[in-house]
Design a protein around this ligand. Structure first.
Ligand code: ADP
Ligand code: ZN
Length: 645
């Protein structure tokens, strides 16, 4: 998924002009202040000697007239007597040089009254001429700071860490911005104006139409409100990744001429509690200021997952409070306020039901994988910027890419251009596209993977087995390409042209199963050994057979029964032990029947099969044309061909 725009918020430009206060200096200042406090919060006895004495000793010193100044601290219950310079030696047994100018002795006093009484008496006796002063809790403040010091320090470090982690917005100011939404704003007349229009979205006719309606709402709300209609608040784009949901949303922005806020669901979720909710609030506040406008939330399942039922695990509190805030905001603004929310997900089923209620995302727009004709359109869109030569056949490309999403196709085109450039060509050719498709289908081609001649022969026999059967069975998918070049984890591979069908009949499924078993059957027949290379085939066949028998009611002994259980939390099988056994038996029977059928057909077409295998060993890659040369044209017209003609 591609970002709509570089980080930019509305009004950012003005803000950027003001000198930004660099927080780092604030941290440094606080650190210095703290340091100063640590060293000074004690007492201003820096450099002066002191001595703890008993209260009696203290009294003696005062009576002897040594006291220069007496300070008591009520909090500590201590009293300090600063020694007259001329008596320093009497008290400390050392000179001013060692003791500093204001050495003192400190004692704990029994009670303030007694101390007062004693001092007053001494003043009357002229033993002490100064005043008794109380160090009133002037240290309390410092003391609080002193106690809080470590805490402040921890908070500081926490802020620093968070600043680095959170948002990372232009290096500073992160901490005070965590609660702000990270939405990107796309607006006409600014540098991040959206240039995507509906023309850039190929296929997706029905989705496009529905989205176009939203554009109409925004452009001309009166047309709808005059008739008493209510403008929808939100629409959910549902479909697999890479099918163009973001692209559609961008196109809406481009066509509607309204500001467009784009944000990913995962942007709301931060590890700090409350941040998500405040981001939601901020996003809607910004949007309301800019109305009419569109808010696009990509991957809404990151916040919108169904709230957990068991309150015991509080782990997802943050996500839930974010979701609650989102729901509140959606309810909070009026229907005709001109803010429309689009959201994208590939898992509508996991969303909280509350999100799908009327007045929220009550519209669901399905964006599916493109079919053959749509793939052609997507190819046309992405071929436009490329320099291609006349060997490139869009029809063939579309046929070779069943199951590809729009994003995959964009990828193929880009990859083809890169391959052509690497070979120093002046235009992208058919071969480049074929390599690009291969690369994307099976990971990088590994020509270096060593294969013994015998292994190569086995793989060729296996793949030729698939090809022979699929060519000679009416309903099997006609093959377009077979290769024995190892790619990724799989050895050899065969590409078929799946028919774009709405429903599949039992005959079609059985033919397919037979063709899938053709690889293993050929190995057994012609090498006398079976290999691990058929594992994927067997897995597919087994699943298919279980599906046909347990879910589709396609076996004679269990006709018209569907044991499909869509309750994912149920561990119970909806059928008895006896039925389970029956299903297993039927699966085994179905697969072995098809296996025998494959072996029979291969025996019948032995010569053609061997010719194919030889060709594969020789060329490593063969195409439908080669198979046609060996077996002749298929006497059946495929449905795809019918649709295309
Ligand atoms: P999604 O949001 O559904 O995951 P995106 O919209 O991000 O997918 O699609 C990624 C890219 O794939 C797009 O930028 C575009 O280049 C290409 N693409 C996907 N669908 C289409 C389409 N229908 N038409 C043209 N290009 C498409
Ligand atoms: Zn196989």
């Amino acid at each position: 998924m591609e970002e709509i725009n570089p980080e930019n918020k509305g009004g950012n430009k003005n803000r950027n002009k003001m000198p930004r206060f660099n927080l780092t200096w604030l941290y440094v200042a606080i650190a210095i202040a703290l340091g100063w406090l640590f060293f000074n919060s004690g007492d201003d006895d820096g450099g002066n000697a002191s001595k703890n004495v008993t209260y009696t000793e203290f009294k003696q010193y005062v009576e002897l007239g040594y006291a220069n100044k007496i300070v008591a601290s009520k909090d500590e219950g201590t009293v300090r007597m600063f020694v007259k310079p001329e008596h320093i030696r009497d008290v400390f047994k050392s000179g001013v040089k060692q003791t500093g100018k204001q050495p003192f002795v400190q004692a704990e006093y029994p009670s303030a009254d007694k101390l007062d009484e004693f001092i007053t008496k001494q003043q009357e006796l002229k033993n002490f001429t100064g005043e008794l002063s109380y160090k009133k809790s002037d240290s309390t403040f410092l003391q609080i700071l002193w106690n809080l010091g470590p805490l402040i320090f921890i908070i500081l470090i926490w802020m620093l860490i968070m600043r680095n982690m959170g948002s990372g917005v232009s290096g500073m100011g992160g901490i005070f911005n965590v609660g702000r939404s990270k939405a990107r704003l796309v607006e006409k007349g600014t540098e991040n104006e959206s240039k995507v229009t509906f023309k850039d979205v190929a296929g997706q006719a029905s989705a496009k139409q529905e989205v176009q309606e939203i554009v109409e709402f925004l452009k001309n709300p009166k047309k709808f409100t005059d008739l008493g209609g209510k403008i929808p608040k939100g629409a959910l784009l549902v479909g697999p990744p890479g099918t163009g949901k973001t692209l559609l949303a961008k196109a809406v922005a481009g066509e509607a001429d309204v500001p467009f806020f784009s944000m990913s669901g995962s942007d709301f979720v931060e590890m700090f509690v409350g941040v998500g909710a405040s981001r939601v609030r901020d996003l809607f506040r910004q949007a309301k200021e800019k109305a009419p406008c569109i808010i696009f939330i990509d991957e809404i399942d990151a916040v919108g997952r169904a709230r957990s039922r068991g309150a015991a695990m509080g782990a997802n509190d943050e996500r839930e409070s974010t979701l609650n805030q989102l729901l509140t905001e959606m309810d909070g603004f009026g229907t005709n306020s001109g803010v429309i929310i689009l959201a994208a997900t590939n898992r509508a089923d996991v969303l909280d039901k509350a999100l799908l209620r009327a007045g929220r995302f009550d519209r669901q727009i399905h964006v599916d994988l493109p079919d053959l004709n749509e793939r052609k359109e997507v190819f046309h869109v992405h071929l436009k910027p490329l320099k291609i030569d006349e060997s490139v056949d869009v029809d063939l490309l579309a046929r070779q890419t069943p199951g590809f999403s729009g994003a995959d196709i964009a990828n193929v085109c880009n990859e083809a251009a890169l391959i052509a450039a690497r070979h120093g060509k002046s235009a992208v050719t058919k071969d480049d596209f074929i390599s690009a498709v291969d690369r994307i289908v099976g990971g990088l081609e590994k020509k270096t993977k060593v294969m013994t001649a015998e292994e190569k022969r086995t793989i060729a026999l296996h793949e030729a087995g698939h090809a022979t059967i699929s060519w000679n069975l009416r309903y099997a998918n006609p093959l377009i390409k077979v290769t024995i070049v190892p790619r990724g984890r799989a050895l050899g591979a065969a590409w078929y042209l799946p028919e774009e069908r709405q429903i599949t009949t039992k005959e079609q499924m059985l033919d397919e199963m037979c063709a899938t078993l053709g690889g293993r059957a050929a190995e057994e027949l012609f090498t006398g050994q079976i290999s691990s290379g058929a594992m994927n085939d067997l897995e597919r066949v087994t699943k298919q057979a279980y599906g046909m028998i347990a879910y589709m009611g396609m076996s004679d002994r269990l006709p018209n029964l569907c044991y499909y259980n869509n309750d994912e939390y149920s561990w119970q099988r909806p059928y008895s032990e006896a039925t389970a056994q029956l299903i297993d038996e039927e699966v085994k029977r179905m697969i072995s029947e098809q296996y025998e059928r494959a072996k029979a057909l291969l025996t019948e077409k032995k010569d053609g099969h061997h010719a194919l295998a030889d060709l594969l060993v020789e060329r490593e890659v063969i195409f439908a044309e080669d198979v046609e040369e060996i077996f002749g044209k298929r006497p059946w017209v495929s449905r795809t061909e019918e649709l295309l003609s």
